[in-house]
Design a protein around this ligand. Structure first.
Ligand SMILES: Nc1ncnc2c1ncn2[C@@H]1O[C@H](COP(=O)(O)OP(=O)(O)OP(=O)(O)O)[C@@H](O)[C@H]1O
Length: 256
């Protein structure tokens, strides 16, 4: 069995009387694309927040690469390689694509503090940023102002900002949101191309994209993971079907 890079162990998060995360268990294997699905309000975002460190759980533990990181603050999780896309830097619209990515490279290396190395590190940083831009399909847009990019390209850039942090595990919350069919197709291809480099935990409502991308899918219902398995296992699972009945995002809609 592959290494478990992320282990969510009996996590509980309450908002007043509402149990948004209810003894959730989840294991993500290194090298996989793992999707987290569930009906609206199931608690997907709340769970992602607890994994990234934006929210503290009331009970349970988050283990990352064999270490209990439940008390580790968000920025330190990112430095350890657990990166939520868009968590550290959001796009600076008035800066170029290259400058945006270079800032993210700098955030990882902390080179702003090492000003005596500035001249040398600057060229390295920009070379690395250009390589990331190429990687995300924006190699022809290095000097374009980020605000002038299309919506889909801005989402690609957001992904680039996360990749520049050299993550081991990338958390993506609805990367296809607001995209047209062509842009979604590009993003699916981009995520496919990343599978050999980084483990991905993905929350996504676009079931077609989920079924095409995910090696494993976990289904969250009322804050609890009710099933984990391959796309086919999830499509065939009666509890999952039941949970989606009446939901317009129903797995049945794409299962046939
Ligand atoms: N800060 C908060 N305070 C109170 N209740 C919250 C808070 N954040 C989320 N909730 C509630 O927790 C539940 C889970 O919400 P969450 O946003 O995690 O679900 P989700 O699965 O991501 O939903 P969606 O698919 O619609 O984005 C919902 O009932 C929501 O109203």
């Amino acid at each position: 069995m592959a290494e478990i890079i992320l282990h969510i162990d009996q996590l509980v998060k309450r908002f007043g009387g509402l149990v948004a995360t209810n003894h959730a268990d989840l294991k993500v294997e290194r090298g996989s694309i793992h999707a987290l699905i569930g009906p609206n309000g199931a608690g997907k975002t709340t769970l992602i927040h607890q994994i990234s460190g934006a929210l503290q759980p009331d009970e349970g533990a988050v283990h990352f690469m064999g270490q209990n990181i439940t008390q580790v603050p968000m920025h330190q999780r990112a430095l350890r390689g657990l990166v939520r896309s868009y968590q550290i830097t959001s796009i600076f619209k008035k800066l170029s694509v290259l400058d945006n990515i270079a800032l993210s490279v700098q955030a990882r290396s902390g080179s702003s503090m090492r000003f005596w190395q500035a001249a040398r590190s600057e060229s390295g940083r920009y070379a690395e940023a250009a390589a990331v831009a190429e990687r995300i399909g924006l190699g022809q847009k290095l000097h374009t102002l980020s605000g002038a990019l299309s919506h889909g390209q801005q989402r690609q850039l957001e992904l680039g900002l996360a990749l520049a942090l050299k993550p081991q595990l990338l958390l993506l919350d609805e990367p296809m949101a607001g995209m047209g069919p062509d842009e979604s197709e590009n993003m699916v291809a981009l995520l496919q191309s990343l599978r050999s480099e980084v483990t991905i935990l993905l929350v996504e409502h676009d079931m077609d994209a989920v079924f095409r991308l995910a090696d494993r899918i976990s289904t969250l219902v009322f804050g609890k993971v009710i099933a984990s398995g391959t796309a086919q296992e999830i499509k065939d699972n009666p509890e999952v079907k039941q949970a989606y009945l009446g939901d317009e995002m129903g797995v049945d809609a794409v299962a046939h």
